[in-house]
Design a protein around this ligand. Structure first.
Ligand code: ZN
Length: 101
């Protein structure tokens, strides 16, 4: 008895592989605060950002252009980095001020 549907084990394996690919790819979800579209973002360094637009996010965003993406999204990414919600791949650890004592 065989069918096209995945069994629970296969499904779990497929989901795990998905997660692994996402982690290895280093993409994080970032929501555009302007239009609410969700894109995959990887910060390779402070200066270099990879953005993976989905068709849905591009359609939803009124400011999106193929060349420049969305300016609101870029601000959302900067904010996410500033608030430690988005890791920068090659970032040096920020120097911390240790209170004396
Ligand atoms: Zn947008």
């Amino acid at each position: 008895m065989t069918g096209p549907a995945l069994g629970p084990d296969e499904l779990a394996a497929a989901t795990a592989a998905d997660r692994r690919a996402q982690l290895e790819g280093g993409l994080s979800d970032v929501d555009c605060r302007g239009c609410g579209g969700r894109v995959g973002v990887k910060k390779n360094s402070l200066a270099h950002t990879s953005i993976q637009w989905t068709a849905d996010a591009a359609r939803r965003c009124p400011l999106y252009t193929a060349r420049d993406g969305c300016p609101e999204l870029r601000r959302s990414i900067e904010l996410a980095v500033a608030e430690d919600r988005l890791a920068v791949a090659s970032a040096e650890p920020a120097p911390r001020l240790v209170p004396g004592g």
